[in-house]
Design a protein around this ligand. Sequence first.
Ligand code: DX5
Ligand code: ZN
Length: 216
Amino acid sequence: MERIVAPSMLSADFGHLDRDTRMIDRSAAQWVHIDVMDGVFVPNISFGFPVMKPIRRATEKLLDVHLMIVEPEKYVARFVEAGADLVTFHYEATTDPAACAEAIRRAGAKVGISIKPATPVEALRGLLPAVDLVLVMSVEPGFGGQSFIPGSLDKVRELRRLCDELGVRPVVEIDGGISAANAAEVFAAGVDAVVAGSAVFKAADPEAEILRILGA
Ligand code: DX5
Ligand code: ZN
C-alpha cells in the first residue's frame, strides 16, 4: 500500500488556518488530520465544527477527523456534515463502539477506530470487520509535541497479525511523535498512514519535511 502522511492541524497557526491548510493542499501529503478534543476524554480542548469550515474550504484532500470526545456517537453525523471524509473515534470513549461505527457509516463517511497506548489490540477483535481504519496512538492523546512510545510498533505488528487471522485489511494509522527520524521504522512495522503535527508545522520548510517523512 502507498505511504500516507496526514499533517495534524493541531500544530497549525490558528490565526492563519486558510494559509496553513492551503500549504498542506499543495504539498505531497494525502490527508489532513483534524484533532477534536472535549476536555473530558482528554485533558485538553481543541476545536469543533466552526473551525472545520475554513479547513474544508481550503482543501479537497481527505479530511481525517480524530475524535477525542466522550459519547462520540452523539456527534459523528455533524462531523460528516462539516466535511469529514473519515471519522475516527476512540474505543475507550463509548459504551457501544459497534453502534458508533454504524452511525458513521450511515452518515456517509469512512469509519476509523482508535486505541490509547494502554488498550490492547485484542480489544478490537470483534470490531475489525466493521472498520476501514485503525488508529494506534503512539502517545497519550491530548497534546502535540510528545515523544513516541517505542512499544507502539509491537502493537502495530500485533494488529497486523490479528487482521491477517481475521482476513481483514483496514488501513493502519499511527499518531503521536512521528517525524522523518522514525518514519522509516514505523512504515516498516506495517503502518500505512502517519500523522505528523509538530514535525511538519515546526519545520523551517513544512513541504520538504512532508517529503522527508514520505521518503524515509
Ligand atoms: C494528540 C493528537 C495528535 C497530535 C500529534 O492527541 O491526536 O494528532 O496532533 O502531534 P505530534 O505529531 O506533534 O506528536
Ligand atoms: Zn490525532
